[in-house]
Design a protein around this ligand. Sequence first.
Ligand code: PHE
Length: 522
Amino acid sequence: MATDLTAEVLSALATAEAPIFSQDAFPSHPPEVIKATLDRLGSREMVEYEKLDTEEVHLTPEGEGIAENGSHEARVFEAVRSALEGLKIKDLPTIVGAEAAKVGQGTAFKLKWIEKDKDVLKAAKDSITDTVRDQLQTIRSTKSYADTKVIVELRKRKLISLHKVSTYKISRGPKYSNQFVKEETDLTADMLASGAWKTVKLKPYNFKAKGAPTPSGALHPLNKVRHEFRQIFFEMGFEEMPTNRYVETGFWNFDALFVPQQHPARDLQDTFYISDPPRADPPREDPPSSSSTDTTLPSTSNPTDSKTPSRSLDYRKYWDDVRAVHQDGKYGSIGYRYPWSEDESLKLVLRTHTTAISTWMLHKLAQDPRPARYFSIDRVFRNETVDQTHLAEFHQVEGVIADFGLTLGGLIGFMEVFFKKMGIVNLRFKPAYNPYTEPSLEIFSWHEGLKKWVEIGNSGMFRPEMLLPMGLLEDLRVYGWGLSLERPTMIKYGVNNIRALLGHKVDLNFIESNPAVRLEKA
Ligand code: PHE
């Protein structure tokens, strides 16, 4: 059991006249315990203390030997003196040892204690004083020596070593008492009732104490980067699209975008299909938003939901026109020329891109055609083989601009401004293919870390085959682009494995302790 140092200190001070020194009074307690005890007593002004750093001089094993048996030179002198007829040099080591014979002989000559006659040593004095031994004996008992020159000399000869020691000089404080009274931290009803409040010792408030960290929620890095992107979109006059639906029909995810029904993206290997319910209704007018069975998007968050749409869409005609443009061609397009299947279009899928939402928004826009800017950032699903950089789901950042007289040059120029706002400059554009855009451009940027051009997005001008069946005006052009939210997030937070960012393997501590993201906005 640990001895109570608090009581020990108080009782030691009860009898002591002069200050006490921790090193002498409590040698068995570790310094950190002494420090904590003194801090505690000091904060109540029961003791006063001062830390003293001192140096102790200790003898080395060689120094111990000399303190015990005398210095080498003294032992040489002794051996020579007691050999009355003188001592042959070659006999010295057998008497005093090789080490003492070698070192001690030279010093004894220098001190003129002995002299040489051919190969015989003789004493030059009757007696000598072994100063070094005396000094070492003093040091051994006092752990110090007044003359620093001696300390320097003995240290050079490796007979002593110096050690730092900390000790506390402790004396009574103004509120000293030989008892440590427990301080109350709360004034209780009992104390008031019994009158004890008059005499209890109340602990003073410690206004410097740090509070315990309050457990709270933390934003996921993807959410933080998403916030930055949203700000950029809002700055540029975009409205957010309502993306709160993961399940889409084949119609909104593919057919309305002029993606042919044989397109590999629609394969089971690429797209997740819903088995129950097996099929959806054809597209139709939204039910009134007050309806409790409303499965469409809330009208309050739908910026195009004007109370009096200038035109209302004939969904039957829209459906037929989408079929026609795929199957037979229309609007000057020869179409894909295959038998278009309603069933394929009514299959339910986990949306593979947020462009399904953009398409839905554009068909709404067609009811009141005008320039518009929409964006969304939400989750999409693709049947990918999961690895370090791919999951079967990710988040898409998508933007759409509808306006009269838009050009491809305008799209390129806009992309440069948009990406510059997140610190990405020096874009390159490469012709690409999407069934729903023409021309299409992949966007590349130079990655300093990887030292190569990396694809950062996909974009294009939406095709008339997609826009005209909706009833959008022929000269209202629309372009769009998409990128993943994960890629910039992984780069910003230095995450190499996507599974560390999203999914059941995410370390919550990583989420909680991450700083806010800063895009180097140019
Ligand atoms: N849907 C595209 C994708 O998933 C992105 C895109 C959106 C491309 C709009 C062009 C226009 O990569």
